[in-house]
Design a protein around this ligand. Structure first.
Ligand SMILES: [Fe+2]
Length: 192
């Protein structure tokens, strides 16, 4: 039988991820490798500090788990009460990977197809998927605009890794005309 110590945990992930960002120059390859590691991390959630991390009833909660000292990646846990969702947002030009530790997460994807002015862009809906427990997904600009939403009847905990500290992103608001969105800079806070 495997001991708890023998199971893949956050420090194993950080060690392996630090090794990857130190050498991998190709962003697509880097994201695929990061997704593989996140997949390992969500296979067994026994490392996760469930007692210390809780949802926030007013909005989805963002808990920082790790920030690379050279800002090459960060690891967050998002904790979702049933039905909580993000606005439609991007990722400030960086890549991202998500993995579901518990519950299910709906991902509604958009592709940025053009820029009309500094704060008006064209977005095209590019599909929707539901990520279940122990599953993962990835994003790379320009295909990095999405809405994340927890299922209406179930809370969720998801792990997110980004290519830098993601403390701001753009939020998109539909202008009523097909595909046209106004952008707002949005600073995001950490619950802990
Ligand atoms: Fe996101």
């Amino acid at each position: 039988m495997k001991t708890l110590e023998g199971r893949y945990n956050l420090s194993d992930f950080v060690k392996e991820m630090t090794g990857i960002v130190a050498v991998e120059q190709d962003e697509m390859a880097l994201v695929s490798k990061a997704e593989h590691l996140v997949g390992k991390l969500v296979q067994d959630g026994s490392w996760f500090p469930f007692d210390e991390i809780s949802p926030d009833q007013s909005k989805y909660a963002r808990h920082s788990l790790y920030l690379d000292p050279k800002n090459r990646f960060e690891v967050l846990a998002l904790v979702w009460a049933p039905g909580q969702a993000t606005p439609l947002h991007d990722h400030d030009g960086t890549w991202g990977v998500e993995g579901v530790l518990s519950g299910r997460l709906k991902v509604i994807n958009y592709l940025q197809t053009g820029k009309v002015s500094d704060d008006v862009v064209n977005l095209r809906y590019s599909g929707c998927m539901t990520v279940g427990e122990q599953s993962t997904g990835q994003l790379l600009p320009p295909a990095d605009c999405h809405i994340l939403k927890a299922e209406d009847n179930q809370s969720a905990i998801t792990i997110h890794v980004y290519g830098k500290q993601l403390n701001k992103f753009k939020v998109f608001e539909a202008l009523g005309q097909e595909g046209l969105y106004k952008t707002y800079d949005h600073e995001v806070s950490y619950t802990s």
